[in-house]
Design a protein around this ligand. Structure first.
Ligand SMILES: [Ca+2]
Length: 249
């Protein structure tokens, strides 16, 4: 009889263990699903460095970029991403944050506050290299010498010459505003705070690109961005970014 009772107890204990294991697994899976959903939005809210979808650049472009992209210059703090222009023993350092995947037609937005300083650029753009070695690019660029304006631009198979300077009517470096572009077949429309302000339809790009953000000091670009004066500790602030389907309304 005792043997039988022990057997039954063992049976239930085993089942209980199995049941609790299942419950734990179910709980883990559901919390992982919730956590992932949170991770996705909070990553684009720049709450932390999302190393699964983005990277911090760590090299030098050379040419007109008077800096080395340095991971330490991409800082996540208080729900914002800071891209910093600084200096070390080898020269100027700067920050660049970039998606690992490429994206195509869609509505791209960023909420940011660019650097106000002569000779530097703060940006949000897409950049993709084509098989023939040329590149496609769609830009939102703030030229630090005058942050009451924003420059829209694009390159199709490395052919540019589409710069358009839009007068904002406010100083972008003073507070956060939302800038975006809707990229669709045959056209690009740029937005400021949700309002369409400029459209281009002449030979616009059609190949996917990575989404990129950077802040950098230039050299030999006097006619475009004026001369950099060597000021360091400059910070461009990014509150959030988004990418979604082509805007149709
Ligand atoms: Ca944020």
């Amino acid at each position: 009889m005792l043997k039988c009772l022990i057997k039954i107890m063992r049976y239930f204990m085993k089942r209980k263990v199995v049941l609790s294991t299942i419950l734990v697994v179910v709980a883990l899976v559901s919390s992982a699903t919730i956590a992932y959903a949170k991770v996705k939005s909070s990553a684009l809210n720049f709450d932390f460095y999302d190393k699964y979808h983005f990277y911090k650049s760590a090299w030098s472009n050379g040419g007109n970029f008077d800096c080395t992209w340095t991971p330490d210059n991409v800082v996540f703090e208080d729900g914002k991403m800071k891209l910093i222009i600084d200096k070390n023993e080898s020269g100027y350092t700067a920050g660049e944050y970039c998606t690992k995947k490429s994206y195509s037609y869609g509505y791209y937005q960023v909420n940011m506050k660019p650097i106000k300083n002569t000779g530097v650029v703060s940006s949000f753009f897409t950049y993709g290299t084509l098989e023939d070695g040329t590149s496609d690019e769609i830009d939102i660029e703030f030229l630090g010498y005058d942050t009451t304006k924003v420059q829209f631009n694009y390159y199709t198979k490395s052919v540019g010459g589409h710069e358009y300077l839009y007068d904002l009517g406010f100083d972008a470096s003073e507070e956060y505003h939302t800038y975006g572009f809707n990229w669709y077949e045959g056209g690009i429309t740029w937005y400021v705070d949700g309002v369409a302000v400029y459209t281009a339809v002449d030979n616009v790009p059609d190949s996917p690109g990575r989404i990129m953000m950077n802040a950098w000091p230039g050299k030999n670009l006097t006619s475009w961005i004026r001369d950099y004066d060597g000021t360091t500790g400059l910070v461009a602030y990014y509150d959030w970014m988004s990418y979604g389907p082509v805007k149709t309304d």
